[in-house]
Design a protein around this ligand. Structure first.
Ligand code: HMG
Length: 465
């Protein structure tokens, strides 16, 4: 049992997984008959990862959890809580968490709290918060927690299809972490909205009101940011210090349905800073923008002048604090629940680890429907520990480079196979096993009672990939 209140609770290790195959967005534009540049420049997407019928949410979670435990040499008995966030539901009753318990069977550890959480892309953040809350609570028994998020983001043919993707992230949570969740600095906004939802339980595809979803995202961002600023200012003991603003963060990461929206979001936060600043600050920090003095948040979600002016105003902030976090989102697409954590991984691998030591990272997590939070993470001051933590991610870039490009025709055909056989039973998937990365769990078959069986591709010498 723990004998004292745990300090510096946060992420002690992070593992990411993305599909081994992708489609090129330029080729997809041509294939879809979209105008050249719509997906690549208009949405800011270069490649889109996808899964064949060999992978489902269970297999993604089995793979990412196994890899994390193997790479970190964590014993199965050391885990006391495991939370899963996902919106890729394959069973209305049986949780993904219970499927993951297969991995713990041999160790005999069945004393693991936590279960699945669903609300669109927000489930991963809910899983992380639950894991952190457990470690910080009187229920904590001194062991580590795992927060797992995974999704396969697929859309019907049409405007939303290029904003798909897939992936999984597992985070090991405990005290004395290199990435510490700041206490008392979570700002949440939840509201009822039908912007993106999955009412057809027989289909993997969502019902989407694209324009409304963007408005909901931006308005939740406004609300969370203003609340975060307020909570931050209340925590500052020294009232002579500058109030919170974009300068509070050394890096700022966002849930990323497509990269262009993130660039606009940085502009949106700058617009909030502008509206919340005094006249004197406005003149100093926002020269030549006085024409927006009377603008309001509600009237400007799709106001081109405001958007352009504040994207230009915040261009340096985007370049220095956010752009690096978009690597995986640009190369893989929307992962749904893991999206903002793929941003965290992208940031961590973007340059020398020392540059992030002691820094503050802001994160905005959004899930349609809607649930959103802005919170912050402080990077440890312990440079050696942080470098070691980051070096565990050395595999990410080579793995990304080793993916196989698939022609849009083949991608479209594989989407049809998924679509046709979604929930089929009995069913034996036809997707290639050899196309998967080493150490990947895959769906072997589904029997007549819808029971799913998984196998794993061979691991290579280090036992991980
Ligand atoms: P659309 O409406 O067909 O696209 O689909 P558009 O006409 O708005 O074009 C997109 C951008 O490309 C525009 O840029 C065009 O101007 C530009 P903007 O003007 O907005 O800056 N464009 C071009 N640029 C260069 N060259 C060209 C060209 N042509 C056009 N030739 C939409 C876009 C996002 C609506 C669609 O893809 C969609 O519905 N996606 C899914 C919904 C979504 O991603 N929403 C985001 C916020 S909600 C969210 O994040 C939650 C989510 O992750 C789900 C969850 O929570 O689980 C989705």
């Amino acid at each position: 049992m723990a004998s004292h209140w745990p300090e510096n609770v946060g992420i002690r290790a992070i593992e990411i997984l993305f599909p081994s195959q992708y489609v090129d967005q330029t080729e997809l534009e041509t294939f879809d008959g979209a105008s050249a540049g719509k997906y690549t420049i208009g949405l800011g997407q270069a490649k889109m990862g996808f899964c064949s019928d060999r992978e489902d949410v269970n297999s993604l979670c089995l793979t990412v959890v196994s890899r994390l435990l193997e790479r970190q040499h964590v014993k199965h008995s050391e885990i006391g809580r495991l939370e899963v966030g996902t919106e890729t539901i394959v069973d209305k009753s049986k949780s993904v968490k219970s499927v993951l318990m297969q991995l713990f069977a041999e160790s005999g550890n069945t004393d693991i709290e936590g279960i699945d959480t669903t609300n669109a892309c927000y489930g991963g953040t809910a899983a992380l918060f639950n894991a952190v809350n457990w470690v910080e609570s009187s229920s904590w028994d001194g062991r580590l927690a795992l927060a797992v998020c995974a999704d396969i983001a697929v859309y019907a043919k049409g405007a939303a299809r290029p904003t798909g993707g897939a992936g999984a992230v597992a985070m090991l949570v405990g005290p004395n972490a290199p990435l510490i969740l700041d206490r008392g600095l979570r700002a949440t906004h939840m509201e009822h909205a039908y912007d993106f939802y999955k009412p057809d339980l027989s289909s993997e595809y969502p019902t989407v009101d694209g324009k409304l979803s963007i408005q909901c995202y931006l308005s939740a961002l406004d609300t969370c940011y203003r609340l975060y600023r307020k909570k931050f200012d209340q925590q500052q003991k020294d009232t002579s210090k500058q109030p919170a603003s974009l300068s509070t963060f050394d890096a700022i990461l966002f849930h990323t349905p497509f990269c262009k929206l993130v660039q606009k979001s940085v502009g949106r936060l700058s617009f909030n800073d502008f509206l919340l600043s005094s006249e004197e600050e406005r003149t100093k920090q926002f020269p030549d923008l006085e024409r927006f003095n009377t603008a309001t948040l509600e009237s400007t979600y799709f106001d081109r002048d405001v958007e352009k002016a504040f994207m230009t105003q915040s261009a340096n902030i985007f370049a220095s604090k956010t752009k690096k976090s978009l690597l995986l989102a640009n190369q893989v697409g929307n992962m749904y629940t893991p999206s903002v954590y793929s941003g965290l991984v992208s940031l961590l691998i973007s340059g020398p680890a020392q540059e992030l030591v002691g820094k503050r990272i802001g994160l905005f997590s959004y899930g349609s429907g809607l649930a959103a939070s802005m919170y912050s993470i402080s990077v440890t001051q312990d440079a050696a520990a942080f470098e070691k933590f980051v070096s565990q991610l050395d595999y990410v870039q080579p793995l990304l480079n080793s993916r196989e490009k698939v022609a849009p025709e083949q991608f479209s055909a594989l989407m049809e196979v998924r679509e046709k056989n979604n929930h089929a039973a009995p069913y034996t998937p036809t997707g290639s096993i050899s196309a998967l990365f080493p150490g990947t769990y895959y769906l072997k078959d589904v029997d007549a009672l819808h029971r799913r069986t998984y196998e794993r591709t061979p691991t290579i010498s280090n036992g991980v990939h």
